[in-house]
Design a binder for this molecule. Structure first.
Ligand code: ADP
Length: 652
């Protein structure tokens, strides 16, 4: 038996590693299995170039639990190792690699492990002792047994082993007894090994017999060795892509809308399939994350630093050996390969969408409501994506017809350009609430967009920034004559005093609610529009809506909703009310402004004023106000009941 010291210089790095890796210790299994798969793949390569002769035999990798001995064994029939190779790769290289790793990262607080970098050494995180039994594929090779109990010395001796390949035997530490449970190991294998290129076997398949689960003779193979992304797109049918989607997300009920098969060789290697899910709301999709693989080994489903954030709304798989995995997450963002990968994926996604739009507009329109959140999010957060997406970013009108922005501008510019050359795009977020406004707009030959998407408010602001002289205004944000001003405002002949009197008369009967503020204003609108209606300032309302998504905008969010109650001075009913007003002369004591000197008591004087009053018309004023509220969907509860009763009694 030979004994020796492992090629490390620090006294004992095991305690450091154990503590350091605490949160991520499960990755030891992935590392052991990756080595077993590598050894198997190497053997296949050697056989294919004729360097290894003889039978390949059964190449499955097996994971075996022995509860009595408290061991977990990873067994492969790959190339194996000779005593010299164990000495070189395990005693020297593996350990020095691990040591370097620990020295480099022991002061970092970020959780960087969990990604590759530790290899064989990670087995000591969960084991008191690790043994290797190996027989190399080489002619005349002698089997070797190596063992190490978590100190810096090892033992090595010849042994007897019939089959080519390597058994790694982990004597699991009592603290980690969960790794001797079938369920834990099967769970980990499904997480990390689901798509490895060599079959991984864990026990036998089970089946139900007479109400009990019994073992069959068939190996329980954990993985699909040729997942869809590793195959050629030409070989795959739609059904295959959908089946793979279900394999990835067994809990997902909806089918994906469409998908992109990524395949890049230069300047980096990347394969994968990205699926477009139906995106109803942001939260829905976060459960099914994009999974990142490295040569078919699962690495993580936290891809935030690798692809732009909006792409994380997609589902699927990215596999790249070129993404550096043993570095911190913040470093990833600045890595050049990662940047190239991100911009390549962005381009592919945009190209695919553009192709779908060009090839079948009708189908694209059908899918629009399900993908718009994704596209708008991309446009808002990624300038490059905006430039690509602007041609297939759609808007729909209240007749549910779809247009891209340029088409829509072209459609409405004749009717909806105001006297100053601004193109005004009218929209509603709720066609039911805005029904009256929409009808009037249509009568005038205007078109109204339906902007009911979660990100529409932000998307509109972005389009306004990009398109000079184009503005979106919600159909109820002002009277139509003001929204699209074709000529200077009409004037009425009432004095400020008269209007003040009318304002007071209405204020008396307006509903009081501290979340709503009403301002009364006067407009000489068309005589055939309503006598009185409610509008809401576009800017204030939009700020409020945007504040729901953005931090630091609470100021707007907490303000009460403000409405304008616009009184149409051209309407015969209003003219009639003005006619019923009575004036009286009153005297008022006011401060004299002109003569006021610093420090002196203000001089007061009495002035005569004309005050206008409207009395005996409360019922009509109530009815008018309620009609305005009703037309905007704001008359509810008790107020609505009162309105109904009042209307009935008016009809009697
Ligand atoms: P890495 O796999 O990153 O090279 P490891 O520490 O996991 O680092 O392994 C070190 C080396 O030990 C491997 O490169 C390989 O040569 C050898 N090795 C480990 N496990 C096996 C195995 N099951 N069969 C053959 N060789 C192995």
């Amino acid at each position: 038996m030979a004994q020796g010291t492992i090629g490390v210089t620090s006294d004992n790095i095991f305690p450091v590693i154990k503590k350091f890796l605490y949160s991520d210790h499960e990755i030891f299994l992935r590392e052991m299995i990756s080595n077993a798969v590598d050894a198997t793949q190497k053997l296949k390569t050697l056989a294919s170039v004729g360097e290894m002769k003889g039978e390949l035999g059964d190449l499955k990798v097996r994971v075996i639990i022995d509860k009595k001995k408290k061991t977990l064994t990873i067994q492969d029939h790959g190339i194996g190792m000779t005593a010299e190779e164990v000495d070189k790769y395990i005693n020297q290289i593996a350990f020095s690699g691990a040591e370097e790793f620990v020295n480099k990262y022991k002061n970092r607080t970020e959780a960087i492990i969990g990604h590759f970098g530790l290899g064989f050494y990670s087995s000591f995180m969960v084991s008191d002792k690790v043994e290797i039994f190996s027989l190399s594929y080489k002619d005349d090779a002698r089997a070797v047994h190596w063992s190490c109990s978590g100190e810096t010395t090892y033992e090595m001796e010849d042994t007897i082993k019939a089959e080519r390949g390597t058994d790694i035997v982990l004597h699991i530490n009592d603290e980690f007894s969960q790794y001797l449970e079938d369920a834990t190991i099967e769970g980990l294998l499904k997480k990390y090994c689901k798509f490895l290129p060599v079959e991984i076997v864990f026990g036998k398949k089970k089946e139900w017999k007479d109400g009990k689960q019994v073992e069959t003779d068939e190996d329980n193979v954990i993985n699909n060795t040729t997942p869809a992304w590793t195959r050629k797109p030409a070989e795959l049918k739609d059904e295959d892509y959908k089946a793979f989607y279900r394999e990835l997300y067994p809990m997902q009920m909806d089918e994906p809308l469409f998908w992109i098969h990524l395949n890049v060789d230069y300047p980096f290697h990347l394969t994968g399939i990205l699926y477009f899910p139906r995106i109803k709301r942001n939260i829905d999709v976060r459960r099914n994350k994009i999974q990142l693989y490295c040569n078919q080994v699962f690495v993580t489903d936290e891809v935030e630093n690798i692809v732009p954030e909006y792409l994380t709304l997609l589902h699927g798989v990215i596999d790249s050996p070129d993404i550096p995995l043993n570095v911190s997450r913040s470093y990833l963002q600045s890595d050049n390969n990662v940047k190239k990968i991100a911009s390549h994926i962005t381009k592919k996604v945009a190209d695919k969408l553009s192709e779908l739009y060009k090839n079948d507009k009708e189908d694209f329109e059908k899918k629009w409501d399900d993908i718009r959140l994704f596209i708008q999010y991309g446009m808002l957060t990624d300038e490059k994506f905006y430039e690509r997406a602007i041609s297939f970013c759609l808007v729909k009108n209240t007749d549910l017809k779809y247009f891209n922005i340029e088409e829509y501008k072209e459609k409405v510019k004749g009717e909806q350009t105001d006297k100053d050359g601004n193109l005004i795009l009218l929209y509603t977020q709720d066609p039911n609430a805005n029904y009256t406004h929409i009808e009037r707009a249509k009568q005038k030959g205007y078109d109204v967009l339906l902007m009911d998407g979660e990100l529409d408010v932000h998307a509109m602001s972005q389009l306004e920034q990009k398109n000079e002289k184009m503005r979106f205004v919600r159909i109820d944000s002002d009277i139509l004559e003001n929204l699209i001003r074709k000529q200077d405002a009409q004037k009425d002949n009432y004095t400020e005093e008269q209007k003040e009197g009318m304002r007071k008369a209405f204020e008396k009967i307006l509903p009081t609610d501290n979340k709503l503020n009403y301002y009364i204003s006067f407009e000489a609108a068309d005589s055939d529009s309503l006598p009185i209606f409610l509008t809401q300032n576009e800017f204030m309302r939009r700020m409020k809506e945007m504040s729901q998504h953005q931090q630091g905008m609470n100021f707007y969010g907490e303000m009460p909703d403000q409405y304008n109650l616009v009184i149409n001075t051209s309407h015969p009913l209003i003219k009639d009310l003005f006619g019923k007003m009575q004036s009286e002369e009153v005297e008022e004591v006011v401060e004299k402004k002109d003569d006021k000197k610093e420090g002196e008591e203000p001089v007061k004087e009495t002035v005569k004023k004309t005050v206008w009053n409207l009395t005996g018309e409360d019922e009509r004023l109530n009815q008018l106000t309620d009609i305005a509220l009703l037309a905007s969907g704001q008359l509810k509860g008790e107020a609505l009941a009162k309105f109904v009763n009042r209307t009935v009694s008016l009809l009697q």
